[in-house]
Design a protein around this ligand. Sequence first.
Ligand code: HEC
Ligand code: HEC
Ligand code: HEC
Ligand code: HEC
Ligand code: HEC
Length: 448
Amino acid sequence: MNVRRLTILSAFLLLALTISLTAPRSEDQKGAFEYDKFEKPETCQSCHTDIYQQWTQAMMSQAYTHHWDEIEYFNLAVAHSELDAAVKPVADGCNGCHTPLAFLAGDVPPPRPAENSRANESVSCDFCHTVTMLAGDIPHNFSYVSSPGRKKYGAKPGLTSPHHDTEQLDIFREAEFCGSCHNEKNPYGIWVKSTQLEWKEGPYAANGVPCHVCHMPKAPGRSAKMAEEGMVAQHLFHGAHDEGKVKGTVEIRMHPEERELEYDDVVVLKVQLFNGKTGHKFPTGSVEDRIVWLEVEARDASGKTYHLLVDPKGFPGEEYTISSRELAYQDMGIPLKIADFAGVPREEAGEGNRVFRQAFFDPQGRMTIMQWNTASLGVDYRIGPRETKVETYTWELPDDIAVGKVIFTATLNYRKLVKPVADFLKVPAEESEIVVVNRAETWVEVYD
Ligand code: HEC
Ligand code: HEC
Ligand code: HEC
Ligand code: HEC
Ligand code: HEC
């Protein structure tokens, strides 16, 4: 080996060393603890009955076993990592958030959910309650530090339990704890999940209202069978999979500029969309999957209905925020080994509807739902916490419009997963069913 090569090699090693020393330590925890260092949720159940039952109904207890997670992890992420070694660390990393015990045990990929291994515990009691600190400045990519053992950490000081020791740690009241899994940066350096970061720059962080207030609300009761009465953090973790949580998130009102029109006039409608309920943007989290769109219809006095097209605002990248018939998600063809895959429809939301979303793009610039294969992000047209967006609809009255009252309805729809993708990957229908977030109505009177 000549001197020049040696210099390059040592420079490279030094760089690698620097990167490994400055990177969050989360990666290093892979394989650090055997499964049996953690207690099973059923052990906690005997005393923490209510909390246990709440948790079993929350997505936290299904983060590994849920159908769509299984499909995306095995059919897309693991399959992709088998074709491209560079994807292996990120596919292993899925488990750092979805089944931390399997990740910490180095059991990756874990057995399929049907095999009923301990990976199925998903985000478990003993996982969360043995986190002692967070590594790095910005919580993300499972940057929790795990210290399993007899001591269970929580938000309250001085509690006693016959089964374990307890210790109060501030992180249990802080949004940063949640951010260790609810923020994700992918290998391209893209923030593909940023719920805690969105919260942090919004009004709720400024008002000192962490995630817990809305997702773990406190109510009077006993946290354990033998405990004193007090205010207890309910382990609801309810979000996109709870219709009631999603409904009413955005309030909508709509009015025309003119109430009375001639039959050949132009109607101008304005729709106000106020996000009064989420502490982060709507949608948040799996932004690559979620779709929220506004549909406006007119019904004339004869009962005939018309679909209205939103007025474009002219901002860069807006084409991804107006529904179309284009095809997208071609990169699913890579893990599925479909040569020259044409893709599936970008959305199934009619044409010309406003879509509140942020598009994810693969390295070829095509829209993707594979967040690990995301090389850039499109314009962020989601609705921020306490933000109000206004959409305008300019509609030339059709020649055959019936004279009389024209009633307009605006419907804000939500799907957890874009339907063409759900259908293509055979994800059970509940993941792509429509939830109506809200509706509004207004009217004009047409004279001849
Ligand atoms: C034999 C009963 C029993 C079992 C089993 C048990 N706990 Fe507890 N735990 C308690 C009692 C009692 C308290 C104190 C509650 C109080 O006074 O409000 C408690 C308190 C806690 C706290 C609050 C700590 C704090 O400082 O805020 C956490 C967290 C906790 N337990 C987690 C767990 C986990 C996780 C398991 C299962 C691995 C578990 N417990 C199993 C009885 C039990
Ligand atoms: C995603 C992490 C997470 C999971 C999973 C989780 N907890 Fe908690 N738990 C917390 C946090 C955070 C708090 C403190 C909330 C607060 O005070 O605002 C808490 C509080 C508690 C408390 C004290 C409640 C109180 O207010 O007195 C007990 C007891 C407890 N958890 C037990 C459990 C048990 C048992 C399970 C599993 C069935 C479980 N936790 C699952 C994060 C978690
Ligand atoms: C170990 C990682 C981890 C931590 C820590 C964590 N979460 Fe989660 N959380 C997840 C995963 C993974 C999911 C997705 C479950 C799924 O749908 O597969 C999730 C889902 C959720 C959901 C959505 C449920 C739904 O219906 O779609 C809410 C709400 C939530 N978490 C709130 C919190 C809050 C609040 C905290 C902090 C107290 C927290 N999480 C801490 C990993 C974590
Ligand atoms: C002011 C109340 C509020 C606060 C604070 C809040 N959320 Fe939410 N969150 C909601 C509502 C309402 C929804 C349901 C609408 C939706 O899906 O976005 C939701 C949804 C979610 C979802 C599901 C999103 C999806 O599309 O799957 C996750 C995950 C979540 N929140 C995590 C968090 C985390 C983490 C924090 C703190 C960093 C937090 N939330 C703070 C109200 C809140
Ligand atoms: C940094 C933590 C983290 C990593 C790494 C991560 N996820 Fe997630 N994942 C989450 C959280 C948190 C949610 C819930 C967000 C929400 O509710 O919108 C989620 C949601 C999902 C969902 C949607 C679940 C649903 O029911 O709608 C799928 C599917 C998923 N993840 C698959 C994966 C795959 C595959 C990987 C690896 C390539 C991965 N995740 C890596 C934290 C993570």
